[in-house]
Design a protein around this ligand. Structure first.
Ligand SMILES: Cc1ncc(COP(=O)(O)O)c(C=O)c1O
Length: 482
């Protein structure tokens, strides 16, 4: 059995896997998701297990190939032009290769001594990307976290701990009587922010939801009155969260105007750019995040629009000192009492994870080899394509547009004449489910103002407007009376 650890065996295994993945990547046929019945999939998976036999059988490459094939076939086909439904992307294949190196060398990256190059690469990427944010290079900080949800929670913790000193160690007893901490967010904020409020003991319902304008961005003119109202209701708002690319429609909140309010009221200003911060690397699209330099913290998911394997989230703080505020803690077995030039680079005191994947490596390697244009070109194409798709919908009488896309997310409704207002919601849900079942296209749905809409997220540069027309035909087919 111990041959499983041998280098020669490794080479053979890797070659088997590579040849299957190459086949997978070269297949550009239109397909979405082959949704398997879980019981049948369990059966198929069990049939591949040596432990299902009386005598464990010797290793054979065929079984490995079959495992890889089953894995690949049963996933959402992110590399196909039929994939238009979610925010994770078909990765740049090289980034997967680098991730594979990370898995083999297995270096957790919260501490310099365990992940030297990843920690240095994090510093380099922080400096590279901060060119687009514009913070003082000597003062800002960046760390990686396992996903945007955790980054949002981490930033909110840092914000809360700054506003209410002592709360990390003494809990709510550190609060003065009658103080009820709260967070203000746009009505379309990602659910992870409400969840973070719940986790922190603030309460999911203690979120102040700010009204949106017609473009589904926080309506900056109505923020001050909403904050006044919250204060009158006895809440102490300590943090204002804006979205740079909302999950539902990809809207960008007016960061510069919101930053002004946050500054005026001494609120921490957090920007959830999990989806849209990547637009910063494009000279043509960066303006969507105008005002980002005035934020206190920024969540940026590279596993979305930077096309690397998940998770790879970057959490930026304008002020390095504040980055330590989320988890100020001591643990003598890892945190050095007296820092030296190596341990000063550790991030273990700033992120929640102890063991953490060296998730920066795929991103850094791509940046090192291709530079920013690899990312900017694809992002610009995807945003252009989404605008084309919007224009197509505007010209069709049986479709209804809901918003003008600012990024690569587009929501719309299929409204053939026979569907009255009372059935619109239910009809969109049915259509979406049928499109998914047909298996050619994978799209999602979202409720906009309480009514379901079809949602496409253009993450794949193989998609053309021709494919979008094909999707609309598929939607029409799915909408036929059954
Ligand atoms: C705006 C926004 N914030 C946060 C998240 C959560 O990110 P993650 O899935 O990396 O936890 C998402 C995910 O879709 C998102 O769109």
């Amino acid at each position: 059995m111990l041959e499983a650890f041998e280098a020669q065996r490794f080479r053979e295994n890797a070659e088997t896997v590579l040849s299957r993945l190459e086949k997978h990547l070269s297949d550009l046929s239109i397909r979405g998701l082959e949704l398997a019945d879980p019981a049948r999939l369990t059966e198929a998976a069990r049939a591949l297990m040596t432990t299902e036999r009386e005598q464990p059988t010797a290793f054979d490459e065929e079984r490995l190939a079959a495992i890889v094939d089953l894995y690949v076939r049963t996933g959402i086909q992110v590399h196909s032009p039929g994939y238009m439904g979610r925010q994770f992307s078909g990765v740049v294949p090289l980034s997967g290769v680098i991730d594979f190196v990370s898995s083999v060398v297995n270096q957790p990256s919260s501490f310099y001594e365990a992940g030297q190059l990843p920690i240095v690469a994090e510093r380099i990427m922080a400096d590279e990307l901060n060119q687009f944010i514009g913070w003082d290079p000597g003062r800002f900080a960046m760390l990686t976290t396992s996903g945007g949800s955790l980054a949002n929670l981490t930033a909110l913790l840092a914000a809360r701990n700054r506003a209410f000193p002592g709360i990390l160690s003494r809990g709510n007893s550190a609060l003065q009587a009658q103080v009820r901490p709260a967070v203000a967010v746009g009505a379309d904020v990602h659910y992870s922010v409400a969840r973070a409020a719940g986790v922190m003991g603030i309460g999911e319902d203690r979120i102040v939801r700010l009204p949106l304008d017609r473009r589904r961005r926080i309506d900056a003119d109505r923020v001050r009155p909403a904050l006044d109202e919250a204060e009158e209701a006895g809440l102490t708002v300590f943090c204002l969260v804006a979205s740079a690319g909302t999950t539902s429609v990809g809207a960008f909140d007016p960061l510069d105007r919101l930053a002004a309010v946050a500054q005026e009221r001494d609120l921490w200003f957090h920007v959830d750019g999990a989806h849209g911060a990547s637009l910063l690397v494009s000279d043509k699209l960066r303006h969507r995040l105008r005002g980002i330099d005035r934020a206190d913290s920024l969540t940026w998911d590279a596993h979305k629009m930077m096309f690397v394997p998940a998770p790879c989230t970057l959490l930026f703080y304008r002020d390095r000192e504040r980055s330590r505020g989320a988890f100020r803690q001591t643990a003598s077995y890892v945190f050095d009492e007296r820092q030296d030039s190596n341990s000063a680079l550790d991030n273990g005191d700033k992120n929640f994870e102890c063991t953490k994947r060296p998730m920066i490596m795929p991103l850094w390697a791509l940046w090192a080899i291709y530079g920013k244009s690899l990312f900017a070109d694809k992002i610009e194409y995807l945003c252009r394509l989404t605008q084309e798709a919007h224009a197509i919908l505007e010209s069709l009488p049986d479709f209804e547009t809901i918003h003008r896309p600012e990024a690569n997310i587009l929501c719309f409704r299929y409204r053939p004449e026979r569907i009255g207002d009372d059935r619109v919601h239910e009809f969109q849900v049915d259509v979406r489910n049928r499109v998914k079942e047909q298996g050619n296209f994978f799209i999602s749905k979202v409720d906009v103002d309480g009514v379901a809409a079809l949602r496409v997220v253009m993450m794949n540069h193989h998609i053309t407007s021709g494919h979008f027309h094909m999707l609309l035909d598929e939607i029409r087919k799915a909408g036929q009376p059954q």
